[in-house]
Design a protein around this ligand. Sequence first.
Ligand code: CAA
Length: 285
Amino acid sequence: MTERLDVAVIGAGTMGSGIAQTFATFGHEVHLVDASEAALERARAGIQKSLQRFVKKEKMTEDEAAAVLARVLPETDLAQAVAAVDLAVEAVFENPQVKEEVFRALDEHAPEHAILASNTSSISITALGAVTRRPESVIGMHFMNPVPLMKLVEIVRGEKTSDEVVARTKAIAEGLDKVVGVAQDYAGFVSNRVLMPLINEAAFCLYEGVATPEDIDTIMKYGMNHPMGPLALADLIGIDVVVDILDYLHEQFGDPKFRCAPNLRRMRAAGKLGRKTGEGFYRYD
Ligand code: CAA
């Protein structure tokens, strides 16, 4: 294991709690920060549930799982939580104003040496760096869902991110047993720029009656050896997130290849957001 870090994860949603769990699994102390006590409680329950899956598979003992959970410290006061951190990972929801506010606060309260990372899936790292007095320390650390299982961390270097911060972040991610890919700061980086058109085209196939959801997913899952089909993956990511990223890519590149399929937009309007609402392309109990 690499040196033990003092880490803060800002935002206790699905991604934030998965990121916190992963750092804690590798021995780091994690301040998990959210303004909402209820979100922190949900995160703790989610982490416990995920850890139990590892215990059941005998990849972790009950004692180890308890120790991981104990290393995640739920906190509501950001200023206090980041006062001594080596790394802060912002994982609040995908809204530029909210993220900028978090970065201003990190700039004000985190120590000079700290790396200020964002788990954003599409927002510009350069723009987030620009609201701080230390854009050289600001970097993208894009984890994939479900974080404890997915191997990739997409590191995104902003216009002013220093080589030293890129190297340190890469070493930290590798210390979590992740594989790193580095991308420059353009909309969607690599992951979502390539993934979203795949999901969108699958949605168009359904919209145009080319095949049923089951057949679309079967063809892509078994034909391309993907772990799951693109429509099932859209349900996992969240239809609202998919629509937001497609709209952002469309706006940034002005290229019609990113136009969002009408059925995705309609599902979003109906609140059929995938697993999190119990219904998307499929139904979930
Ligand atoms: N914690 C611990 N274990 C978990 C878990 C979690 N959160 N989620 C699933 N598992 C385990 C299960 O216990 C199960 O283990 P066994 O097979 O040993 O019993 C295994 O994973 C499979 O789980 P399920 O049977 O529930 O199958 P699933 O289809 O629901 O989920 C999956 C499995 C890991 C999600 C797999 O299908 C997969 O890898 N899918 C692709 C995921 C992907 O592409 N993610 C990237 C999304 S894009 C993104 O995140 C970035 C963005 O910006 C939008």
